[in-house]
Write a new protein. Structure first.
Length: 279
């Protein structure tokens, strides 16, 4: 509807500009209106002379008003043309240049990323990394931030294959281009666990069972590895820098990044499939 309104407005502006710039066009419009007025007058003349006289008077008034309007336009056509350009060009430029902005502080190389994505989509299969020992997910720092992480599922085989390959590609980009090692914190999540996390409060998740892409193997929560230890804290400048790169790589791979949500979840990515989750 918005595009149709912009298009309709643009056509109207072009028509007005045509009337302003081409006197012959104005004459054609005036003659057409006059001819239409005469036809109306002839139609009303037989048996309704009084009504015809009134209609003629209105037609003359309308013709006089139209002539005054055209005279005004002719004298100030440059000003009106400039105003039309100022009104129509900004919304058109905003529409053409609109797009989602990324977090500041990095240079995006989408062509290089897209070449890698093309390879994955054409059949290249990336292998999942070796699983980390359970001890890595039960340190004091991790438990403080994510107390239920020790029971999370991190099996890559339970993820949707298309999502898994895209996420592995993001891991590869993060390692080769930015020097960040990454690990999956949680992938597939059962409906029972989803409800348990939702019951823990809105600070954990607002989604109940089957309202999250985790239940369909289409989402994962990830974090960085530094010196063999998980770094989850958002207060760490090194980690926040990594999340910027991570969000860019994930979105370039066609994934939705949780760092853009109102309740930001920097480590979360998902592959949205219409009609999958409950509203």
């Amino acid at each position: 509807m918005f595009l149709f309104s912009v298009l309709l407005f643009f056509v109207a502006a072009c028509f007005c500009a045509w009337l302003l710039l081409f006197p012959a066009g104005r004459d054609v419009v005036v003659q057409s209106l006059s001819a239409a007025g005469r036809r109306i007058e002839q139609h009303l003349r037989g048996g309704y002379r009084q009504g015809a006289r009134q209609a003629a008077g209105l037609g003359r008034d309308a013709g006089g008003s139209l002539r005054r309007v055209l005279l005004f336009v002719r004298r100030r056509y440059l000003l009106l043309l400039a105003a039309s350009v100022l009104v129509t060009v900004p919304p058109l430029l905003a529409l053409m240049l609109s797009g989602r902005g990324m977090l500041s502080g990095y240079d995006s190389d989408t062509q290089a990323i897209n070449d890698q994505i093309a390879g994955v989509l054409q059949g290249e299969q990336l292998a999942a990394p070796a699983p980390l020992p359970l001890l890595a997910f039960t340190t004091a720092e991790v438990t403080l931030l994510l107390p239920m992480l020790d029971s999370a599922n991190r099996n890559w085989q339970l993820l949707d294959p298309a999502f898994a390959q895209r996420l592995l590609l993001v891991f590869k980009i993060m390692k080769e281009r930015h020097g960040y090692d990454m690990a999956i914190l949680e992938g597939y999540r059962s409906p029972e666990r989803q409800n348990a996390l939702a019951a823990a409060g809105p600070g954990v998740t607002n989604a109940k069972a089957f309202q999250s892409y985790h239940q369909f193997g289409l989402a994962a929560d990830c974090a960085f590895l530094r010196d063999g230890k998980l770094v989850i804290s958002e207060k760490d400048p090194w980690a926040m820098r990594g999340y910027q790169f991570y969000g860019a790589a994930a979105e370039a791979a066609g994934l939705t990044w949780g760092g853009r949500w109102t309740m930001m979840d920097f480590g979360h990515t998902e592959l949205r499939v219409p009609g999958t989750v409950k509203k």
